[in-house]
Ligand binder design. Structure first.
Ligand SMILES: [Zn+2]
Ligand SMILES: [Zn+2]
Length: 294
């Protein structure tokens, strides 16, 4: 029997740009090694599934966007997400595996999530998680100062669901991202899924774009105001940049939350939410130390 060594070489896809940047970050900042490795594994999981997710059919016209804008209601309904249930179950369980391996979740939570991953209620729990973001936004819009209100949800389960939903939601975001109608949206929550912005980027022309923490959609918003409570009083927003000028923090002295931004005016690459989230972990620590929360 002759074995051809070449036949055993598994053809691998080229590494994503994010993965390359994450590896570079690990070299520059060895202290971020564990966080980099964790996110490299999560990226690989998501990438494998994302390649199989079809683009959803979304009705995006100026009329539709204008109507959703008026009601502050996001465009994508849970039912319209192209969610393959067995792929989703796999994502939930494998995401929990990765988080456990890096010690980010406790054994009890891990077991609970594994059970949920096989359980009939998974879709129901996920739908509730998906819709809760919209309900929260409506509460913030109708009750001034309601930004401090947070639902007593199951944080660990929510975190795993959010990670497991990424490949599906980011495919949906691709559709809306390309549409000029997106410019009709002026709210600080996501036009697609209703999620909160988790990061921002400053464009070379000094516009600020918010980036949804759930689906990754980006949209233009006010340059200074707090997206969590809409405070726009300059005197009540503390803004500071990192010494290398790559990042900026906007901290709100009304709701005490903060938003980080990647400053594209001083950078050679585009914003990459996963990479930038890891790169700014020290910045999170600094903001939290000053009494702000994410
Ligand atoms: Zn979103
Ligand atoms: Zn605020």
């Amino acid at each position: 029997m002759v074995t051809d060594p070449a036949a055993r070489v598994v053809k691998s896809r080229p590494e994503s740009r994010e993965a390359t940047e994450l590896r570079a970050l690990r070299v520059q900042h060895p202290d971020l090694e564990a966080a980099v490795d964790l996110h490299l594994e999560l990226l690989e999981l998501q990438r494998r599934i994302q390649g199989r997710v079809p683009l959803p059919w979304l009705e995006v016209t100026p009329d539709v966007l204008t109507r959703h804008q008026a009601d502050a209601k996001p465009v994508l309904r849970f039912e319209d997400i192209p969610l393959d249930i067995s792929d989703f179950r796999l994502m939930v369980r494998q995401t929990a595996d990765v988080l456990r391996r890096y010690g980010t979740i406790e054994e009890g939570d891990y077991q609970r999530i594994q059970t949920l991953g096989r359980d009939m209620t998974l879709l129901e729990v996920t739908a509730r998680w998906y819709r809760s973001a919209v309900e929260k936004q409506v509460a913030v819009l109708s009750v001034p100062g309601a930004a401090a209100f947070t639902e007593a949800g199951d944080d660990v389960v929510d975190e795993v669901i959010a990670l497991a939903m990424r490949p599906f939601l980011s495919r949906c975001a691709e559709v809306l991202q390309q549409r000029p109608e997106l410019s009709l949206w002026t709210h600080s929550h996501c036009a697609l899924c209703g999620g909160e912005p988790e990061l921002a980027c400053i464009t070379p022309s000094a516009e600020r774009h918010l980036i949804c923490g759930r689906c990754g959609l980006r949209w233009k918003w006010e340059t200074l105001a707090c997206p969590y409570c809409r405070n726009s009083n300059r005197a009540q927003i503390t803004s500071f940049a990192t010494s290398d000028g790559h990042y900026r923090v906007y901290a709100c002295d009304v709701c005490h939350r903060y938003l980080k931004a990647y400053d594209g005016r001083h950078s050679s690459r585009p914003v990459m939410p996963v990479v930038d989230a890891v790169a700014t972990l020290p910045l999170d620590a600094a903001a939290i130390q000053r009494g702000y929360s994410a």
